[in-house]
Ligand binder design. Sequence first.
Ligand code: SAH
Length: 481
Amino acid sequence: MTQGTPKLNAFPIFIRVEGAAVVIVGCGDEALAKARLLSQSSAKLRIVAAEPESALSEWIATNGAEHIDAAYAPDHLRGAVLAFAATGDEALDRRISEDARAAGIPVNAVDRPELCDFFTPAIVNRAPLAVAIGTEGAGPVLAQLVRARIDRLLSPSLGPLATLANSFREAAERLLPKGSPRRRFWSEFFNGAPARAMEAGDRAGASRAVSRLLSRSTDAQGHIALVGAGPGAEDLLTLRAQRLLMEADVIVHDALVPEEVVAMGRRDAERLPVGKRKGCHSKSQADINALLVRLGREGRRVVRLKSGDPLVFGRAGEEMAALRDAGISYEVVPGVTAAFAAAADFELPLTLRGVSSSMVFTTGHDLKGGTLPDWAKLAISGATVAVYMGRSVAADVASRLIEAGLSPDTAVAVVENASQAKRRRFHGTLADLPSLEARGDLTGPVMTVIGDAVAGANFEHSEPLAAHRQEAAIKLQGADA
Ligand code: SAH
């Protein structure tokens, strides 16, 4: 999915076996295990076993597999689409594998990966739906564990639902235009009334629900979801955000949203980065508003993905106003804002009984002029202050707060790339804060939290800001000279 993901050495595919011969050679447990696995398919099993153990012969008898009661011969592989060597005898397994390969039949030899063209997965079977789990041999136990988890997750009614889907596929293709109307139909099919009816065991009701869906007006109505992507960790996305990303035709995202999160969207969704990264060309807010309106008018399902929460320093207000004016439907999906991610990274109580009972979200970019902004007054009365986009104004923030009466010893916590594996944490006091400005090593987004409640945080994993004070002073002097 992403650049750093290791490559699979075995690529999962589904092989057509309906009515085709699959050969299993072996007399014992291993052969029986493969027979059981393969009997979940409609393949014709041919079991070559001269002296089958009793469990295997019973299984053959009850399941009606073809039994070749003879020592293995290459001829037994004739016409097979897959072959399994499960004899327990290395030389024989090797021979079977070589014969199969010579005949162009993919082969699997139990517990002998070097003789295998393919591996068998653990299977969650909701035929026609199947989930196959592979570990490239790393852990059959792991595969079973994952299998059990997925099994719990998937309703047994998914199988009949998928069968029903097959029976409506042609009608859907005939009646619904390709693209978002069709996709929306299927999304409703699997999430809405048909799925619920099937879940309740009402096959006829499910069928009626599908017909209703099909006959409903198919006019494509555009819709924009302003979605909070959270602070960057993929698993801090909400389930709703994830669902909308899977349904979107277009994803319009800011530069701060990591590629991994954008990649959680539907693979063939159009992705439009709209910038706001230093040094990169980015669209103006007016351009972005116009873009969203245009996409809505085109009837597209758009996810406007913003870092953190869309309503916190996200300029969502302007986008919503533009959409409202244009009469385009929209919704807002909250996200984990950077201040909350930073607090979690520091185990920092943003409100603390007896210490801090209010909190401020600010940018620190409103400090110009002679008067203190209201939030500075709140800070002095004990609020915890979260400063967004505060790195370049760190010195201003510190000096103005100190001037206004906040102690230079007030605790400060700073985190770059909060919530992400590459995050860096720093702690210190208000007096140390100006050193942030001179630090060229902080290239990611930075969140600063100030207040007495911060003193209760866990600084075990953070570096003192003061370590950079000296450095910063020297650099600033250098810059003056
Ligand atoms: N809507 C976003 C804020 C956008 S403003 C939210 O709710 O979080 C951009 C600022 O957010 C950055 O300058 C930085 O101060 C902060 N920010 C966003 N993601 C961050 C992260 N992972 N770590 C630290 N700060 C972050």
